[in-house]
Ligand binder design. Structure first.
Ligand SMILES: C[S@@+](CC[C@H](N)C(=O)[O-])C[C@H]1O[C@@H](n2cnc3c(N)ncnc32)[C@H](O)[C@@H]1O
Length: 258
């Protein structure tokens, strides 16, 4: 029996090798890129079906796409963001902002309190050639309200967030991804909607925490907003306190009287 590869197999092996070399190169960050974005730390690469290339994940930046399958499905399979101006609060790697841009959003402003996330989302936007339509803004712990870095007259057609879900004080920058002390981020987001959501606009939030969802309902009722569950038949009373996948909720703000 010959141990030589047939010409067809040899060509296939060469193609696989070349693909791996190209992929490895595509996943390198050059020293020039690192200098430009000001990030020297470790990088992991993660893949997601919604986007054509892997995303970089910087140190301390949140990654768990199980939070948002329904939200991402809605973005890619409906015209909800097509041609629209979108705000994403708490962007992390930029996942939802980049999904919105890939789904045809005309422009996305994305915010985050974690400085590595701001660099991370900016970097991923550039890698996916979406940078011209993406603006990432830094929030600070001192001024951390949902619209702290949004100008008073800025309005959006769609506001997206997969915010921290649990009512606890964050003890480190990475814990801001998980904990929203006294649900201040949630409350300030709801308070800012009449000013920053265009008439007829949509607010889409992902939560995977029973307390977070109950608080959202209570806070929305106080403001005269409605909460709708989208694409989900699970019963909140039967779910554990924290659960995955996250639930997609739409906050409906009534039309203002002229
Ligand atoms: C659960 S992670 C979601 C990240 C990303 N959207 C995703 O789905 O992968 C929540 C994000 O909100 C950010 N965050 C927490 N508090 C914030 C605030 N007050 N303003 C802006 N971003 C905030 C965190 O740093 C974190 O990146």
């Amino acid at each position: 029996m010959s141990h030589r590869l047939s010409p067809a197999l040899a060509r296939l092996a060469l193609a696989v090798f070349a693909f791996q070399v190209v992929r490895a190169r595509a996943q390198e960050i050059t020293p020039e890129e690192r200098a430009r974005i000001g990030y020297a730390g470790p990088v992991s690469w993660v893949t997601i079906e919604d986007l054509p290339r892997p995303l970089a994940q910087f140190e301390t930046v949140f990654w768990d796409p199980r939070d948002t399958p329904s939200l991402r499905r809605l973005l890619r399979s409906s015209p909800v963001v097509k041609g629209k101006e979108v705000l994403e609060i708490g962007t992390g790697t930029g996942l939802l902002a980049l999904c919105a841009l890939t789904a045809g959003a005309s422009r996305v402003v994305a915010t985050d309190i974690n400085p590595h996330a701001v660099k991370n989302a900016t970097f991923n936007g550039a890698r996916l050639a979406l940078a011209p339509r993406l603006e990432v803004r830094q929030v600070t712990p001192e001024r951390s309200a949902a619209f702290a870095v949004i100008r008073p007259d800025e309005q959006f057609d769609v506001i997206l967030s997969n915010p921290p879900w649990v009512n606890r004080v964050p003890a480190s920058i990475d814990e801001y991804a998980l904990y929203d002390a006294s649900f201040q981020l949630m409350r300030t987001l709801l308070d800012g909607l009449p000013r920053h959501l265009r008439p007829g606009g949509r607010v889409l939030l992902a939560y995977g925490c029973v307390d977070g969802i109950r608080t959202l309902r209570t806070e929305c009722a106080k403001r005269g907003y409605e909460v709708r569950v989208i694409d989900d038949t699970r019963d909140l009373d039967r779910l554990p306190e924290e659960f995955l996948p996250g639930m997609l909720l739409e906050v409906v703000v009534p039309a203002r009287k002229p």
